[in-house]
Each structure stands twice: as structure tokens, then as C-alpha cells.
Design a protein around this ligand. Structure first.
Ligand SMILES: NC(=O)C1=CN([C@@H]2O[C@H](COP(=O)(O)OP(=O)(O)OC[C@H]3O[C@@H](n4cnc5c(N)ncnc54)[C@H](OP(=O)(O)O)[C@@H]3O)[C@@H](O)[C@H]2O)C=CC1
Ligand SMILES: CC(=O)[C@@H](O)[C@H](O)COP(=O)(O)O
Ligand SMILES: [Mn+2]
Length: 390
């Protein structure tokens, strides 16, 4: 039996992962499931899958978790230390599906144990790509992409030499506002931004799709994961989300990966890799689809894409600063304290401030330094917003 753990088990990726694992219970020994505030779901899944351990990220949820697990034999724990301890428990395969930079430390800990880390949490590579890849190398651990575009690139690359790759193209749906007049974006509401045209995902990544901060993170994720030059990474707006990525080779060949917008494909691929197994996903009928559309993204509509290129050119801890500023700006948008376009303005202002404060982004990439950069970037977003309001 394979030992598996799922970090972020109560979320969209976590629930899709559980859906696959629950179809073949005799194949898996579930070591740890983790969640946040949704203790009811966490306890229900931990009981159903016979997990050894369930962890909530929040100490004040521990009482509820214990009560929900009473008599089940599942151990309950809470807080950041408990999350790291859960990641330190031996497992063959670990799903990293916590949202945001909170996923970084448990992922690194799982790599230190030599586990295969299925990486949905793109923030891990954006914040600390070099550190994460070096940790995996040192401990003989493996990273497998779960983000749909990166899984698609990984599949298109199977058996190929990176030296033969000329470019990588990742597609973008264009998000909730792709057809809105640019003048209306400043008034876009949280509710409007929280509806994705094709994918059913958590609220934060859905809003990031609308602003293309999601694609900006994914461009950096591509750069870190595949080690390709920034100029060789392209973004293509593809409203149907059926082609997830394309790899262009030196001989002009373009290998595309197609599939219905269902994350169980990418999760299942990472779960069964290097094998391919039957997955409960729709089979595309291209004749029925008839047409697919592609267009170049308008960088005036999506300033996040330009910022991603600045981050890659800057290097060091710029990714950690960028991601944390984006996360805090998104918090403020969700709290209705700033508008939709203010997110990109705030992130850009914080990146400029880091650049002006010489040396801050050039310290060694350690977990502590990433955390400090993350903390400072969030604080500077708040200061930027207060200054603007005043
Ligand atoms: N959803 C998708 O289809 C895709 C997602 N991704 C990436 O996967 C990751 C997860 O996304 P998604 O599943 O949509 O997100 P969700 O918001 O649906 O789920 C997030 C999970 O993380 C938990 N969580 C939230 N905050 C914390 C915290 N501070 N510490 C520990 N756990 C926490 C949540 O717990 P609770 O809900 O109990 O509070 C939940 O289990 C993100 O990095 C996203 O970018 C990538 C590609 C596709
Ligand atoms: C499913 C997945 O991988 C998401 O990251 C997806 O890419 C979001 O859609 P957008 O293309 O709109 O960002
Ligand atoms: Mn994606």
C-alpha cells in the first residue's frame, strides 16, 4: 500500500485528490490530512479514509476537530508546528494543496523526508524555487507538477531533452473579465471576480485568474520548474481551456496537451506517474467542439504579466516579495478595502520599494529569509494602501 498525505485536503484540489484516492481505498494508506477552518470536512474525510492523523492549521479549531473525530482512532493536532510534524511523517506521495505561501514550509519538510511531492501549490516555486529544487535534489525527493499547464508541459516533454526545447507556451482562459471593456475593470466586484469561465477552483485562485496574477505566478513557476529562459516562455489566451500548454521544439514541432478542464487529470497523472491509469474525466470530442480560439494577452489589461517578467529578471527573493504582496493585496480586495486594479498597483509599488531598499532581495534564499521578505511585503502593501487613502 502506498502511504499518502494531503495538505490542503479540504480545498478544491484536496477534494479532487480524495475523490481519486477514495475510488481505490485498498491501494492507499492515508497518513495525514490537513485543512484549515473546515474542520467538519476534514474529520469526515479522515474517518472515511482511515487517516492516521488530521491537522487543522488553526489552534482555535482543535477543540472542534477533536470533537468531530471522537471515537474514530484518528489523531488530531493543530497549528504550524503540527503541520510540519505531519509533513515529517514518512509518506511515499504527498499532495501540496494548501493555498498561498503557507504551503511552502510543509512542502519543504516533505521533500526532506524524500517523498514525492505533487505540487499544486505554485507559490512554493515562486517564493523559493532554488531552495525547493535544491532540497529535493539533496534528499533524493521528486517534484511532480499538478498545476494543469505544468502537468501538460511535463507530459509533452516526456522522453525529450530540454536542449531541444525552443519555447514553452502556457494558456490562460483570460478569466472572468476577459471580454470586459478595460474602463470597467476598476469597478469589478469580488463576486464578479469570483466566477471562473471554465474551472471550478478555490476563490483565491479564481480571482487571480481574473487579474492574471495566476498566470504571472505560473510563468515564474514554469521558469523555476523547467529551467527555461524567461524569453522562451509565452502566454496565450485560450478561452476554452482545452489546450493547457504547448512545447515548441527546435525543429518547429509544437506538442500540445489537450483535456477537459478537470483537475483530476493532472492530479491523477501525478498520483500514478510514471504509469497512466484510467481516470474518471471527460473524453474530448473535438468534432463536437469544432473550434478552439487563441489570442495574445493584452498587457494593459493584465499588468501582472509584465510584473512577472520583472520578477524573473530581478531574481533573488523577488518572487517571495511578489507573491506575498499579491496575497495581501488580494486579502484587501476580498475585504473590499481596495479595488480590483489596485491589486496590481499595490504589488508594483511594493516591488519598486524593495528595489529601492538595496540588498533586501539579495540575501541567501533560506526559509527564514523567505518568511521575512513575505512579512515585509505584506506590511508594505498595507502602508501603500494607507498612504493612498490618506
Ligand atoms: N483549484 C484548482 O483547480 C487549482 C489550484 N492550484 C493551486 O493549488 C493550491 C490550492 O488551491 P485550491 O484548492 O483552489 O484552494 P482552496 O482555497 O480551495 O483550498 C485551500 C486549502 O488550504 C487550506 N488552507 C487555507 N489557508 C491555510 C493556511 N494558512 N494554512 C494551512 N492551510 C490553509 C484550506 O483549508 P480550509 O478550507 O479548511 O480553511 C484548504 O484545505 C493553490 O496554491 C492554487 O494556486 C493550482 C491549479 C489548479
Ligand atoms: C486549473 C489550473 O491550472 C488553473 O491554474 C487555471 O490555469 C486557471 O485558469 P486561468 O487560465 O484562467 O488562470
Ligand atoms: Mn494553472
Amino acid at each position: 500500500m502506498r502511504k499518502v498525505s494531503i495538505f490542503g485536503a479540504t480545498g478544491s484540489i484536496g477534494q479532487n485528490t480524495i475523490d481519486l484516492i477514495a475510488r481505490d481505498p485498498s491501494a492507499y494508506n492515508v497518513v495525514a490530512l490537513t485543512g484549515g477552518a473546515n474542520v467538519r470536512q476534514l474529520a469526515e474525510d479522515a474517518r472515511r479514509l482511515g487517516a492516521d492523523l488530521a491537522v487543522t492549521a488553526y489552534e482555535d479549531c482543535l477543540g472542534d476537530l477533536r470533537a468531530a473525530l471522537a471515537g474514530s482512532g484518528v489523531e488530531a493536532a493543530a497549528g504550524q508546528t503540527a503541520l510540519i510534524e505531519a509533513a515529517a511523517r514518512p509518506a511515499d506521495w504527498v499532495m501540496s494543496a494548501i493555498v498561498g505561501s503557507a504551503g511552502l514550509a510543509p512542502g519543504i519538510e516533505a521533500l526532506k523526508q524524500g517523498a514525492t511531492l505533487a505540487l499544486a501549490n505554485k507559490e512554493t516555486l515562486v517564493c523559493a524555487g532554488k531552495l525547493v529544487l535544491e532540497t529535493a535534489r539533496r534528499h533524493g525527493a521528486r517534484l511532480l507538477p499538478v498545476d494543469s499547464e505544468h502537468s501538460a508541459v511535463f507530459q509533452a516533454l516526456a522522453g525529450e531533452d530540454m536542449a531541444a526545447v525552443e519555447r514553452i507556451i502556457i494558456t490562460a482562459s483570460g478569466g472572468a473579465f476577459r471580454d470586459w471593456p478595460i474602463e470597467d475593470l476598476a469597478r469589478a466586484t469580488v463576486e464578479q471576480a469570483s466566477s471562473h469561465p471554465n474551472w471550478n477552483m478555490g476563490q483565491r485562485i479564481t480571482i487571480d485568474s481574473a487579474s492574471m496574477f495566476n498566470k504571472a505566478l505560473e510563468v515564474i513557476e514554469t521558469y523555476e520548474f523547467f529551467g527555461i529562459e524567461p524569453d522562451a516562455i509565452e502566454v496565450l489566451v485560450h478561452p476554452e481551456s482545452m489546450v493547457h500548454a504547448l512545447v515548441g521544439f527546435r525543429d518547429g514541432a509544437l506538442m500540445a496537451h489537450l483535456g477537459a478542464p478537470d483537475m483530476r487529470h493532472a492530479i491523477g497523472y501525478a498520483l500514478h506517474w510514471p504509469d497512466r491509469r484510467d481516470l474518471p474525466v471527460e473524453r474530448l470530442d473535438l468534432a463536437k467542439l469544432g473550434q478552439l480560439h487563441f489570442r495574445t494577452p493584452d498587457e494593459r489589461r493584465y499588468p501582472a504579466l509584465r510584473l512577472a517578467r520583472e520578477v524573473m529578471a530581478r531574481g533573488g527573493l523577488a518572487g517571495a516579495a511578489f507573491n506575498a504582496a499579491k496575497e495581501r493585496a488580494l486579502d484587501l480586495f476580498l475585504e473590499r478595502k481596495i479595488g480590483f486594479l489596485d491589486m496590481a498597483h499595490s504589488v508594483e509599488a511594493v516591488l519598486d520599494r524593495f528595489e529601492a531598499a538595496s540588498g533586501l532581495l539579495d540575501v541567501a534564499m533560506t526559509l527564514d529569509n523567505v518568511r521575512e521578505t513575505d512579512h515585509l511585503a505584506r506590511k508594505w502593501v498595507d502602508e501603500t494602501v494607507i498612504k493612498r487613502a490618506g
